[in-house]
Design a protein around this ligand. Structure first.
Ligand SMILES: NC(=O)c1ccc[n+]([C@@H]2O[C@H](COP(=O)([O-])OP(=O)(O)OC[C@H]3O[C@@H](n4cnc5c(N)ncnc54)[C@H](O)[C@@H]3O)[C@@H](O)[C@H]2O)c1
Length: 443
């Protein structure tokens, strides 16, 4: 194995979030509360999980954060854009995810994070409007203004590196079109104000042009088009996406691999949700929900492989619903009714009622993505980082690759990639006796 070729982290890392809503402010507030002591980074692999190196008998299982050269929390700085003028503290209070008395110690810090003016167009998020929006100019001008924002915020915070994680609202469903086919077509589209270019793509473009890794936490089309993939390769920038895997889909990608492993059939899977935060309100719009529906429903087919196991999964009826219900705020409830069948076709039912806190599940994902994308960048990786599929409902993969949805396979791949990045052997998870019979050549 070659030794690690990772440029050591040096200086501050700026985490930029287009969107300063529930997820983004829960992430920022959480990091600050953890840094102050007393709060724990629960749900974050980068902070809490260990990684085994070599054979079990070697007893080498450091924490990931000690093994990988990731930035320490103390080095993180934040910046964000929003169409609303609220600073990170007021936005966190509005989101209502973290209790006010728990948020209080972080107030002074969060107040220093003022939203930069957004590149926004209501045509892409119908149920949203606000005053803090860049006015006039073409999409090219807006992208240039976002690039300037990135440089300004880096200078203000004294950061040496930055990463960007889209935490903005879900935009309407868009298919890739001609202006997404190449870098030249995309740049022409920016100059021509092509309606096929959504605001999230302006942020992605600005990030890539500034050498800033970009991840998309929402289901809409963003960096997952050839033009931006090519640009990322050209500029040596890592990308990841899309749609944070939290809540119901997280449960699905834990349960479905289990059914398949035991060769149990699934006849139907009905999933419904009630939620009352701003995200729920936006997803109440059919065009935004369409983007979400596509990322949520692809998961089961990919895991269960009905074409390989027609007797078990060919007739699976899968339906997903999201209902906006204001009294719930961020405290979502998701019900799954799963109709399964076993030996001789006998039917059984499983009911899952998940009283979930979406942003509590999403915040550690933002943290891990920021730290791992920065690591990937310093390791010289560029383009789509499929090993980060673990964090996404609809993994962004390279053209021609098949996305992996099984959480456990994604987990193995994530940790093996960390081992390889740091110059260690990937693990086969065989016993030492079995490994003697295997001759694997690792590049
Ligand atoms: N919470 C979760 O577990 C979860 C899971 C998967 C995906 N997501 C996605 O993550 C995103 C954020 O979720 P949230 O709960 O924080 O939503 P939210 O509505 O609380 O926050 C989104 C923020 O983005 C802002 N925004 C929208 N367009 C913008 C633009 N062009 N520029 C700058 N700001 C813009 C909005 O004003 C809003 O404040 C959503 O797209 C959501 O679908 C969330």
């Amino acid at each position: 194995m070659p030794g690690p070729a990772v440029t050591p982290h040096d200086g501050k890392l700026l985490v930029l979030t287009p969107g300063m809503g529930a997820v983004s402010t829960t992430f920022m507030a959480g990091v600050e509360l953890i840094r102050r002591g007393g709060a724990k980074p629960i749900g974050s692999l980068s902070q809490m999980q260990t990684i085994r190196l070599g054979a079990r008998s070697e007893n080498r299982t450091p924490l990931i954060r000690d093994f990988c050269d990731i930035a320490p929390l103390a080095d993180l700085e934040f910046g964000g854009w929003d169409v609303h003028e609220a600073d990170a503290y007021d936005a966190a209070v509005h989101a209502g995810v973290i209790d006010a008395h728990e948020l209080a110690p972080a107030e002074d810090f969060l107040r220093t994070i003022q939203p930069m003016t957004a590149a926004f167009d209501q045509a892409y998020v119908k149920r949203l409007s606000g005053p803090n929006v860049k006015e006039g100019g073409t999409k090219k001008d807006l992208a240039e203004a976002l690039r300037q924002d990135i440089r300004d915020r880096m200078a203000e915070t004294g950061a040496s590196r930055a990463v960007m994680v889209w935490c903005g609202s879900t935009e309407v469903y868009l298919r890739p079109s001609a202006c997404h086919a190449s870098i030249e077509a995309f740049e022409q589209g920016l100059a021509d104000d092509d309606p096929a270019i959504a605001p999230s793509q302006l942020y992605a473009y600005a990030a890539i042009m500034e050498g800033v890794p970009y991840a998309n936490g929402a289901p809409n089309l963003s960096a997952d088009v050839p033009a931006l993939e090519q640009l990322a390769e050209q500029k040596g920038v890592p990308l990841a996406g899309k749609d944070f895997k939290t809540g119901q889909t997280l449960m699905k990608t834990m349960l479905a691999p289990g059914f398949k492993a035991r060769m149990l059939g699934v006849g139907g899977w009905f999933s419904t949700n009630i939620l009352g935060n701003r995200d729920g309100e936006i997803l109440d719009d059919a065009d935004s929900f369409k983007a979400k529906e596509v990322t949520k429903t692809g998961v089961l087919d990919a895991i269960l492989q009905p074409e390989t196991y027609p007797d078990l999964y060919e007739d699976l009826y899968h339906k997903v619903r999201i209902n906006y219900y204001p009294p719930r705020g961020d405290a979502k409830e998701g019900w799954d009714n799963i109709d399964i069948f076993g030996w001789l076709g006998y039917k059984m039912q499983i009911k899952v009622d998940f009283l979930c806190r979406d942003s509590i599940l999403a915040a550690p994902i933002v943290l891990d993505l920021a730290l791992f994308l920065d690591l990937a960048s310093r390791a010289g990786r560029s383009g789509v980082q499929e090993w980060l599929s673990f964090y996404f409902k609809s993994p962004h993969v390279e053209e021609g690759h098949v996305p992996e949805h099984d959480l456990f396979i994604q987990h193995v791949r994530l940790k093996n990639t960390l081992r390889v990045i740091m110059g260690e052997e990937p693990l086969t998870h065989l016993s030492e006796d079995d490994e003697e019979h295997v001759h694997v050549e690792v590049e």
